[in-house]
Design a binder for this molecule. Structure first.
Ligand SMILES: NC(=O)c1ccc[n+]([C@@H]2O[C@H](COP(=O)([O-])OP(=O)(O)OC[C@H]3O[C@@H](n4cnc5c(N)ncnc54)[C@H](O)[C@@H]3O)[C@@H](O)[C@H]2O)c1
Length: 295
C-alpha cells in the first residue's frame, strides 16, 4: 500500500503504547483512524490528541476477546468511514506464570486478548478487504513469538500462535492473489504500559492472579515492579515502532522486527530445531534487558 493518506485504519489496543503511537502516526499521515481499546479514558485522550493535531479519528470501546464487541467495532467503522483499508490487531496483555502453576483463568485471559483478539480482528475485517482487492493487516506478535523463555508460557503460546497465524494469512493472501498485504510485527522491548497489563484483567479472570497488596515478607510487588518499570521506561520509544509499522505497510513488508536484540537467541532456537535434537538450557529473554541477571 504505497499511500496511507486518505486510507481508513483500525488500531486495537490503540489507547496506549505501540497502538497509541501508531494511531497518532497514521492520523498524522492523513489516515482516518478508528481507535479501539477496552480502556475508555486513555481512548478519549488519544482521539482528542489526534483531533487537536488536525487529524480525523473516532474512539470505540471494544474488548477484542469478545466476538460481538469486535463485530460492533467493524460495524462502527463502516458507519463512520465506509470500510477499513488497514487493520492493526495489536491489543495485548502480559500474563505471566510457570506452566506448572499458572491458573486456567490466566490462560483464558491471555489467549482471549492476544490470540482471539487477532482472530476476531481478521474475521471481522478481512472478507471485505479480499472483496475489495486491497488492504493491509498488521498483527502484533513479539520476539517472544520466536523464543521459549520460561515463566511466560501463556504469553509465548499466544505470540507463537500469532506468528504462525500471520504467516499462514500472508501465504493465503499470496495464493489467492488478493491484493491484501500482511505484516507480522515482532517488537523487542518497548517503553509502554505492558507491564501494568493487570489493570485490564477482568474480575472473572482474576483467580490466581498476582496479590496486588504484595507478599507478607516485606518485599512488595510494587518494589519488584519499579525495577522492571525503570528498565522498561529506558527501552525503545513506541513512536519509533510506529514509524516502522507505517514503513512496513507502505513497503508491504511481512516480518517486522523492531531491532536485532534477540537475533542470536532466535538463531540458537532455529539451530536446535534444524538439529532435530533436544535443546540444552537456553538463555532467558529477560537477560537481554538485565544483562548479568542483576534484575
Ligand atoms: N512493550 C513491549 O515490550 C512489547 C514487546 C513485544 C510485543 N508487545 C506487544 O505489543 C502490543 C501492544 O502492547 P503495548 O506494549 O503497547 O502495551 P500497552 O499496555 O501500553 O498497550 C496495550 C493496549 O491494549 C489494551 N487492551 C488490553 N486488553 C484489551 C482488550 N481485551 N480489548 C481491547 N484492548 C485491550 C490496553 O488497554 C492498552 O491500551 C501487545 O500485543 C504486546 O504483547 C509489546
Amino acid at each position: 500500500m504505497q499511500d496511507i493518506t486518505g486510507k481508513v485504519a483500525v488500531v486495537t489496543g490503540g489507547a496506549s503504547g505501540i497502538g497509541r503511537a501508531t494511531a497518532v502516526a497514521l492520523a498524522a499521515e492523513g489516515a482516518r483512524v478508528v481507535v479501539a481499546d477496552i480502556e475508555q479514558p486513555p481512548l478519549d485522550a488519544v482521539v482528542s490528541d489526534i483531533a487537536d493535531a488536525g487529524g480525523d479519528a473516532i474512539g470505540v470501546v471494544c474488548d477484542v476477546s469478545d466476538w460481538s464487541s469486535v463485530e460492533a467495532l467493524q460495524q462502527r467503522c463502516v458507519e463512520a468511514f465506509g470500510h477499513a483499508d488497514i487493520v492493526m490487531n495489536n491489543a495485548g496483555v502480559a500474563g505471566g506464570g510457570a506452566l506448572s502453576t499458572i491458573e486456567l483463568s490466566a490462560w483464558e485471559w491471555t489467549l482471549g486478548v492476544n490470540l482471539w483478539g487477532v482472530i476476531h480482528g481478521v474475521k471481522a475485517f478481512l472478507p471485505a478487504m479480499v472483496e475489495r482487492g486491497s488492504g493491509h493487516v498488521v498483527n502484533t506478535a513479539s520476539i517472544a513469538g520466536h523464543l521459549t523463555s520460561t515463566g511466560m508460557g501463556a504469553y509465548n503460546t499466544t505470540k507463537h500462535a500469532v506468528s504462525g497465524f500471520s504467516e499462514t494469512l500472508q501465504q493465503e493472501m499470496l495464493e489467492g492473489e488478493t491484493g491484501v498485504g500482511v505484516t507480522c510485527l515482532c517488537p523487542g522491548f518497548v517503553a509502554t504500559n505492558i507491564i501494568t497489563s493487570e489493570r485490564n484483567r477482568p474480575e472473572r479472570f482474576r483467580e490466581g492472579g498476582p496479590d496486588l497488596d504484595g507478599p507478607p515478607d516485606g518485599t512488595t510487588l510494587s518494589d519488584a515492579g519499579s525495577a522492571i518499570a525503570d528498565a522498561y521506561a529506558a527501552q525503545m520509544k513506541p513512536e519509533l515502532v510506529a514509524a516502522q509499522v507505517l514503513a512496513a505497510i507502505r513497503e508491504n513488508r511481512f516480518w517486522l522486527f523492531t531491532d536485532d536484540l534477540a537475533d542470536d537467541m532466535i538463531r540458537t532456537r532455529h539451530a536446535d530445531i534444524e538439529a532435530h535434537g533436544t535443546p540444552g538450557r537456553r538463555a532467558h529473554l529477560a537477560e537481554l534487558m538485565f544483562p548479568g541477571g542483576d534484575e
